[in-house]
Design a protein. Structure first.
Length: 408
């Protein structure tokens, strides 16, 4: 007696009414809800940094601590999301160099632009540390997070890009493994990733390791692998997690549980399961046309800017200390006004970076992609040109098209 294996997901009609499949030639539908969720994660990180800069005093500071004191978990969300999206949009016959070229085109222009801004600030503003030449080179090459003393060189948030660079280097091997795994193997890989995070968080909390692991790229790899494994389950149509509302509730509960444990990496397990459930639940909601607040067009548009916003916002806050001082502890009305101004400036600069740096640089870097032997272009698909929060066609789109901006 033979046992039939379940075929990979045949994707139902998307909200645009178009049904697609995961065949090598079929376009993979975009996942706009992931874009909206990505903006919320970026907003949590912004709120955390506003709180850390000490603009609020008294009750305002307590509210900010309650709402955003756990905002660092937004970075964990980014890592899980990155693994999910790269696996979801992986091209079966993709070349390793072509993949890496797309990743460089995706993150490097904004990284260089914000590093240059940070260097200019270090040279012109008071109380800004100037990096040494080795520190600056390590930052530009995205290896600075491998050594703790350099992890926040220039633009401090770029440490997470150094982790992402390591993930991208490892992804071609991970993709080969995932294609050979069925549903049980993918679920086992997801479970092993969760277990690894638990072990590392305990080791970090008890200082069993030679250095903290929060910014160490190899220590953050399990989160990326967890996202990749859940994406594989969705592709195989074997995802059996809770729906979007229940997953969001679990993520929120985990978020507010963070203050009860040791700060830093040991808090990662609090939100790990919630995020790992929320991301595929949002993806399935988009695939099946289920209701999702996160695909609202304004959230999607903000999600398009979220990478640039994440990269520039801390530089804006740092520049603000030249005018506002360090930990000014304003009253509530003044603190809210200052936060609104800093948010508006950060958002405005993120729009400039997105429109003047991110998009044109990607078109420039990928303009010869078709001549390098990739498949012909597919028509652009509706959806947000977001930072790792939507997916591309399995065959390469034309450089500069809307679908190309979804490329992972």
């Amino acid at each position: 007696m033979t046992t039939a294996t379940k075929a990979p997901r045949t994707l139902p009609a998307t909200p645009t009414g178009r049904a697609t499949q995961t065949s090598p030639r079929a376009p993979v539908p975009p996942l706009p809800s992931l874009t909206g969720l990505r903006w919320m994660a970026a907003l949590l990180v912004f709120g955390l940094h506003v709180r850390n800069f000490g603009y609020f005093s008294g009750a305002g500071d307590r509210v900010m601590t309650w709402g955003f004191g756990s905002g660092a978990t937004g970075v964990s969300f980014f890592f899980i999301l990155s693994g999910f999206v790269l696996t979801w949009s992986a091209r079966p016959n993709d070349r390793v160099l072509a993949f890496w070229r797309r990743r460089i085109a995706r993150i490097y222009p904004v990284h260089l632009a914000t590093a240059a801004i940070a260097l200019l600030m270090a040279c012109t503003l008071a109380h800004q540390a100037r990096p040494t030449l080795p520190q600056g080179l390590a930052n530009v090459l995205l290896v600075h997070s491998w050594w703790r003393p350099w992890w926040q060189t220039l633009d401090p948030v770029s440490w997470s890009l150094a982790c992402e660079a390591f993930f991208y280097a490892a992804f071609p091997l991970l993709a080969v493994l995932l294609r050979r795994l069925g549903a049980r193997g993918s679920a086992a890989l997801a479970g092993a990733s969760v277990l690894t995070v638990l072990i590392l968080s305990r080791a970090d909390a008890h200082h069993w390791l030679s250095q903290p692991v929060n910014s160490f790229p190899a220590a953050r790899l399990p989160e990326f692998v967890l996202g990749a494994a859940t994406a594989r389950l969705v592709i195989l149509d074997r995802w059996r997690g809770p729906g979007l509302e229940a997953s969001l509730a679990l993520a929120i509960i985990g978020y507010f549980f963070v203050p009860q444990v040791t700060a830093g990496y040991p808090a990662t397990p609090c939100t790990l399961i919630g995020f790992a459930l929320l991301i595929p639940a949002a993806a399935v909601a988009d695939l099946e046309g289920l209701p999702s607040l996160w695909r609202h067009r304004r959230l999607v548009r903000l999600g398009e800017l979220s990478f640039a916003f994440y990269m520039v916002h801390l530089l804006v806050l740092r520049a603000g200390t030249s005018l506002l001082g360090t930990s000014p502890r304003f009253g509530l009305p003044t603190a809210l006004a200052v936060t609104a101004v800093l948010f508006a400036v950060s958002l405005g600069l993120s729009w400039v970076l997105y429109e003047a740096v991110e998009r044109p640089a990607r078109r420039l870097l990928l303009r010869n992609r078709r001549s390098a032997g990739t498949p012909p272009a597919t028509p652009p698909q509706p959806g947000p040109p977001a930072v790792e929060a939507a997916v591309t066609a399995a065959s390469a789109p034309s450089p500069g098209s809307r679908q190309d901006r979804l490329s992972e």
